[in-house]
Design a protein around this ligand. Sequence first.
Ligand SMILES: NC(=O)c1ccc[n+]([C@@H]2O[C@H](COP(=O)([O-])OP(=O)(O)OC[C@H]3O[C@@H](n4cnc5c(N)ncnc54)[C@H](O)[C@@H]3O)[C@@H](O)[C@H]2O)c1
Length: 346
Amino acid sequence: MVKVGIAGIGFMGWIHWLAYQKIPGVTVAAICETDEKRLQGDWTDIQGNFGPPGEQVDLSGIATYRDLEEMVQDDSIDLVDICLPPSVHLLAIEAAARAGKQVFCEKPLALNLEDCDRANEVCQQAGVSLLVGHVLPFFPEYEWARSEIASGKHGQLLGGHFKRVISDPTWLKDFYDPDKVGGPLIDLHIHDAHLIRLLFGMPKTVSSIGRTRGSVVSYCDSFFRFEDPQVCVSSMSGVIDQQGRPFTHGFEIHLERATLHFEFAGFADTGESMPLKLLTAEGDVIRPTLENSDPLQGFISEIGEVIESIESGQPSQILAGELARDAIEICQAESKSVMTGEVISL
Ligand SMILES: NC(=O)c1ccc[n+]([C@@H]2O[C@H](COP(=O)([O-])OP(=O)(O)OC[C@H]3O[C@@H](n4cnc5c(N)ncnc54)[C@H](O)[C@@H]3O)[C@@H](O)[C@H]2O)c1
């Protein structure tokens, strides 16, 4: 049984908590939170843009800590799950690794490349795993796409377009602060940057145009070049200034003998989906249906991968700290390209 201490009971701490209840072989043994109400189990004020609203939670049998340094010393914990704001990820990773705990940290690994490198280095030196919560590859539609690509039956991967656009989240006060959240690239597009890295490897160059707010990019269109010049990858990411579009994401992925397509768009009045499609070499349009309809399935699968990796001692090919670091490097290159108008080499 893997025993977990969750650091930070906000939106993500709550979602992870719910996911842990559905995964065999793991139990939440401790939580750490600076908010007194939440530390007592009153999670009713937690809100996010998906999943159920927070509840009153029975914390009997679960150790509660105000200070992360104390929680990481708890001998009954194997894994520290960091659901804290990005600006404190590195400090928390260092504390957990120093105490010899396995580390699972929400995305983004950190706000800049130097901190990402430090996080990887510290965990490597301590001999503990660093897994980073890049959940997108585990969302059922994206997991399906990965498995279609990996099957090899559609031939080589030729490219793809990845989309992630939301209304300006005006209620998140630090969203555009480069030292706290990092803006739409680091908070939002990082999901697609990680997926692009996972599917295609590290791009050779990045070229982006975009709009900025203060010192961060608020919206950008990017083109990624790879070793093979035939591989065409692009993305559109960021915020629009109108409310009414809480969330949109999707992909069109090109293979030699198939095209994979999906888009989900949440609008203020309703959510609309362009359901998964597979266009075959014969000209057929296949509409795969995915069985699991649990809205938290992506997180259940992602955390399942964390637990499997901890138990087996085998590194995760998807949640590895090095990939999370590369995703930040890609976002930084896109940002630099927007700011300078230049093509950036990686
Ligand atoms: N994977 C996803 O889809 C997804 C979605 C949202 C957020 N996230 C990520 O999850 C992380 C957390 O985001 P969130 O939306 O849950 O934030 P949040 O603000 O809702 O929650 C953070 C919690 O941490 C607590 N906290 C802050 N500093 C602390 C400290 N030093 N010690 C103990 N507790 C402390 C706060 O009181 C709060 O309850 C971020 O890295 C964010 O990017 C990921």
